[in-house]
Ligand binder design. Structure first.
Ligand code: NAI
Ligand code: 13P
Length: 326
């Protein structure tokens, strides 16, 4: 199969912009699409996305467009809009992309209502495409600044995963390939919910011991969920599970952590995209329907929906019956 030389990036937020530059630095021609024509004109004239990623100049191989067909015509398409918008955008891409084009989910979430993983959403809306997922510990600002980063790219077809890794990997962005699509997307979706919990602990000033306990117990429930939904153990302990949980639980550079921190401190949230706030409920619903115990995620959902106060959630977690560590 031919090498991937052009990459369409659908969504010009922080992550889409960082990935466009990364693909360009890796030697690809990167076509960055945004739906807002005024933003596209501004990016084209400045060669910078001041709205989402200020201070990072576009590589010469990046072009910007407001025509979705330009991005969809690439050898591979990175879908980098919020998880809940992926269905609508995948539906628009489908008739514009050649059959067999790889559409790579770069969003971290699960669709509410349908309870579908994002690669399932893409497969349903663009059945002629080949689906893949990219996830792992990677702040857009770090990748854009060329700081060393490693992520996982999974596709059901091993050869496709390897070709995408070849195309997108560069000196500062290392990609590991995998065929465990479900494991990679579960890690990326679940860690956001747990990062909100870690932020709540920080905002409530519960101490470093509480934060470590919460991350460890949170990871235990991520693994339980992952196993039940077919993920491989090595994926969950890899970059997209444990690795991303460590990153996003580390501090307020994570928007999910920052949301939790605001909730814990009783402050107003910043209003930035925090995917865990959209995923918490659906994650807990899916866990419940499969008999999986996810007390930390359930507590986050209860706080987000106002069913429990932060203190009430902490009391409830601490009062759980004694059990074996598993
Ligand atoms: N920012 C980061 O460091 C990373 C983000 N991600 C994931 O990437 C996804 C996107 O995140 P960011 O780029 O950071 O968010 P962002 O908030 O910076 O940008 C989202 C972009 O999507 C666009 N958008 C929203 N709804 C749309 C729709 N219906 N149609 C077309 N465009 C739409 C917005 O206009 C905006 O440009 C999320 O799922 C996030 O979890 C993954 C890894 C790193
Ligand atoms: O997924 C991310 C890093 O891997 C970005 O985390 P936030 O969305 O919490 O900022």
């Amino acid at each position: 199969m031919a090498a991937i030389e052009t990459v369409g990036i659908v969504g010009a937020g922080a992550w889409g912009t960082a990935l466009a530059n990364a693909a360009a630095r890796a030697g690809c021609r990167a076509v960055l699409w945004a739906r807002d024509g005024a933003q596209v004109a501004d990016m084209a004239s400045r060669r910078e996305n001041i709205r989402a990623l200020p201070g990072i100049r576009f590589d010469d191989r990046v072009s910007v467009t407001a025509r979705l067909a330009d991005a969809a015509a690439a050898d591979a398409v990175l879908l980098v809009v919020p998880a809940q918008a992926c269905r609508e955008v995948a539906r628009e891409i489908a008739p514009l992309a050649a059959p067999g084009t790889a559409i790579v989910s770069c969003a971290k979430g699960i669709e509410r209502g349908t309870r579908h993983f994002i690669t399932e959403v893409i497969a349903a809306e663009a059945p002629d495409a080949a689906t893949a997922v990219l996830s792992g510990p990677s702040f857009a600002s770090d990748v854009a600044a060329g700081l060393p980063t490693a992520v996982t790219l999974a596709a059901h077809e091993a050869g496709l995963a390897e070709r995408l890794c070849d195309a997108l990997g560069g000196p500062a962005l290392r990609l590991y390939f995998s065929t465990d699509v479900r494991g990679v997307e579960i890690g990326g979706a679940a860690k956001n919910v747990l990062a909100i919990a870690a932020g709540i602990v920080e905002g409530r000033r519960l101490g470093a011991s509480a934060k470590a306990a919460l991350i460890a117990r949170g990871f235990a429930e991520l693994v339980r969920f992952g196993r039940a939904f077919g993920a491989k153990a090595e994926t969950l302990t890899g970059l997209s599970g444990l690795g991303d949980l460590i990153l996003t639980s580390s501090g307020p550079q994570s928007r999910n952590f920052a949301l939790g921190q605001a909730l814990g401190a009783g402050a107003a949230p910043q209003g930035k995209l925090a995917e865990g706030a959209f995923t918490a409920r659906v994650l807990v619903e899916m866990a419940a329907s499969s008999g999986i115990d996810m007390p930390v995620s359930a507590a986050v959902d209860a706080v987000l929906s106002g069913r429990l106060t932060v203190d009430g959630a902490i009391d409830a977690l601490m009062a759980r019956p004694q059990k074996a560590e598993a």
